[in-house]
Ligand binder design. Sequence first.
Ligand code: SAH
Ligand code: SF4
Ligand code: F3S
Length: 457
Amino acid sequence: MDNAPKKVFVKTYGCQMNVYDSERMRDVLGPLGYAETAVPEDADLVILNTCHIREKAAEKVYSELGKIRRMKNDRAGKGAEMLIAVAGCVAQAEGEEIVRRSPAVDLVFGPQTYHRLPQLLAQRRASGKAVIETEFPAEDKFEGLNVSTVPRKSVAAFLTVQEGCDKFCSFCVVPYTRGAEFSRPVEQVLEEARRMASQGVKEVTLLGQNVNAYHGVDERGRSAGLAGLVAELSRIDGIERLRYTTSHPRDMTDDLIAAHAENTKLMPYLHLPVQSGSDTILKAMNRGHTAEFYLRLIRRIKSVKPDMALSGDFIVGFPGETEDDFESTLCLVREVGYASAYSFKYSSRPGTPAAESQMQVPEEVKSRRLQELQALIHSQQTSFNAAMVGRTLPVLLEKAGRDTGQLVGRSPYLQPVHLQAASALIGTIVDTHISGVGTNSLSGHYVRAAKHGESIP
Ligand code: SAH
Ligand code: SF4
Ligand code: F3S
């Protein structure tokens, strides 16, 4: 394989799992001589790591490919090569179709094949034809990638512990694009986290589309749940904070809930999507629980961790959603009181059962409902943030801010916090007196270095 210095440009769409995967692709490409560039025009290899979750996300890829193709032609005019690769969930879902629509594409490979990137590149060079690879199980990917050896430069890092999904919600493409559920072995995760810690990472967010369904094997060959994994991870020196996302209400076990009460490293922020507040819609979505089940769960979580900040995802305009169903969603949102939440118009996805429904909701109804729901969520987020003013919060300082002398960090509740502090404090947790709120962030003043095992007053 040719190891001459080359440049790679990676553009990442979609969820945090793609962000993690893009890093791993950079890891794999480093030894082949690829350094990263921030400008696609310079790149010998352009990778689009794509998302298929909604139609808009998938279509973005084709408009981007149009632009990249022109850059490829410009480079060819100067006698330089540019390979174009489409990775991720659109690659998995559409495969050859991508090359048919965009013949300039050289490589198409799905989320479970990144460890094979060197071979795929070699194959493309040898054959001169587009290479399409969408066939591998998740086990191979993690075996092949093993543990990342490339230094993480950030204070906070993502770590994928679980891949795929077996839940088959009737609207969702993930079980088809990411494949069956698979959990990485405990020791493999710990090794990666230890390495991150030794590189200065202080906060690890465990990732999975169903992260709380995690059930990796431990050293003794037994199956460990997410609560067990969190307990092990929290013993690693240097790792000060742990988070996990995304969780499914059905997998919110008692021991995981208890971990939030007992483990001071586990942050009081939980992304627990419910999608709808109507039992009829939840059933049609195949979510496998009722609105009351979710509300009871939230009450249980709040009873052990009263300050837990809650976040969620909602879909409006799912096929058959009536005005009453939508009202039930608003009702549920009012009852829970979210710190933040994401909401989307239902998007019909090829191959999913809901796409076949004859009861599609008109676009203008979806738009109106989305607006109404977003206004409610926004007002909840604003009051959640406003309630922080006057409090002193432990803030993990992550990087320099926009203004001189300013640093940005995160509160336990995932809010960005801006304050004036010495850059030597990056990577430490400081008690910060909160004095202001912006739309999506807080501002405050340095009080003191936080005590170990940061408690929230
Ligand atoms: N595994 C997570 C969610 C993964 S996708 C879970 O089960 O909660 C992220 C979010 O995208 C979902 O929570 C849902 O709100 C939204 N989403 C998924 N498919 C969609 C579709 N077809 N149309 C609109 N939104 C969708
Ligand atoms: Fe999609 Fe449902 Fe699986 Fe989440 S749980 S990834 S929404 S199928
Ligand atoms: Fe999108 Fe794939 Fe993530 S469809 S949301 S990038 S798992």
